[in-house]
Design a binder for this molecule. Structure first.
Ligand code: NAI
Length: 336
């Protein structure tokens, strides 16, 4: 039976990379009935809302969505659709596996770590106001409920995936109450998982350690803002935003999306690298129980990159998005 999945192609390079991913999934023989929607600036001008209700209803119904990047206006304009989507659907866990891709030479050697980021609160609560002209207050919200829930998610994930250690990253030496609460919740939950090692690091030190000795990390657990920053830093350790996957997971469903943005500088030119969204789709297929297809796509992707002949421009090659996609499809045929 076909899976029903909500598809938000997104802005900029979104339609090019989602097109590539839909093509590869079809070629892998997985039947997916895509319910496709626009969101963001185009939805705002056509329907008066950058995240129209039917999009949310579709995700609630299907419980799984694949999403391309959406442009967020800077400083003014509508609030981030990405943040609203995560908050409305209570997609509280942001999961970003960071692994080397065979054939991509990076300065840090073999890495395999996972960033787990709390997705619903912290400074991303959007609670900002002008106290008096020239003074703005931005509220950082940390709750016991959300901190406990994300800590449990991280330990459950670690146990399920055979991982050894969860490291909480914080600034509880300065933000004694907020980050202190996050850390307390982490420690309480850690005590329930004696089989998984638990430790913690202050965020500035963690940044340095990540670029000096990244192999020491396994699962990293962070509040929303630190998680946002460190997940990009970690992506940079294995080849950048063009190659790492991501997922936002909650009790009601999951939205799978690549880490990178809409890349307006290369949009519409058939230059975008679909690898990150393909890796994201591989995660999604595993979530849907389509393990064989996920493994086949992964092997074809890794072999294509290892061969090194056909790569997109951001990885030093000259291939277009479509040439690269067709090379992966051809490799899948060879392997199956
Ligand atoms: P960006 O990730 O779009 O681009 C940064 C650089 O990386 C650019 O040079 C771009 O060409 C390159 N790049 C990114 N993805 C690539 C890919 N798949 N293939 C080849 N090159 C790629 O980040 P930027 O410029 O900061 O943001 C642009 C817009 O995207 C903003 O409006 C931002 O708010 C939005 N954004 C959306 C996200 C989402 O929907 N989840 C995440 C991050 C940013």
């Amino acid at each position: 039976m076909a899976h029903k999945v909500t598809l938000i192609p997104g802005d900029g390079i979104g339609s090019e990379i989602t097109g590539a991913v839909v093509r590869v999934i079809e070629a892998a023989g997985v039947e997916i009935e895509w319910e496709s929607f626009i969101a963001g600036a185009e939805a705002l001008s056509r329907f008066g809302d950058p995240l129209p209700e039917p999009v949310l209803e579709s995700i609630k119904r299907n419980k799984v969505a694949l999403k391309g990047p959406l442009t967020t206006p800077v400083g003014t304009g509508f609030a981030s659709v990405n943040v609203r989507l995560r908050k409305t659907l209570d997609l509280y866990a942001n999961l970003r596996p960071v692994r080397n891709i065979p054939g991509l030479v990076t300065p840090f050697g073999a890495l395999d770590l996972v960033v787990v980021r709390e997705n619903t609160e912290d400074l991303y609560s959007g609670l900002e106001h002008v106290v008096v002209p020239g003074v703005v207050e931005s509220l950082k919200i940390i709750t016991e409920k959300a901190s406990t829930r994300i800590a449990r998610f991280a330990f459950d994930y670690a146990r399920r995936e055979g991982r050894k250690k969860v490291t909480a990253i914080h600034k509880a030496n300065i933000m004694k109450l907020s980050d202190g609460l996050f850390l307390d919740c982490f420690r309480k939950i850690a005590a329930e998982y004696p089989d998984i090692e638990a430790d913690d690091k202050i965020v500035d030190n963690a940044c340095m350690q990540l670029v000096m000795k990244p192999q020491q990390f396994d699962v990293l657990l962070l509040e929303n803002l630190y998680g946002d920053i460190i997940s990009d830093l970690a992506a940079g350790l294995v080849g950048g935003l063009g190659v790492v996957p991501g997922a936002n997971i909650g009790e009601l469903g999951a939205v799978f999306e690549a880490v990178h943005g809409s890349a307006p500088d290369i949009a519409g030119r058939n230059l975008a690298n679909p690898t990150a969204l393909l890796q994201t789709a591989i995660m999604m297929l595993r979530y849907l129980g389509e393990r064989n297809a996920a493994d086949l796509i992964e092997r074809a992707l890794f072999q294509t990159l290892s061969d090194g002949h056909i790569r997109t421009r951001d990885l030093g090659g000259a291939a277009s998005t479509t040439e690269y996609t067709e090379a992966i499809v051809a490799k899948m045929r060879e392997l199956s």
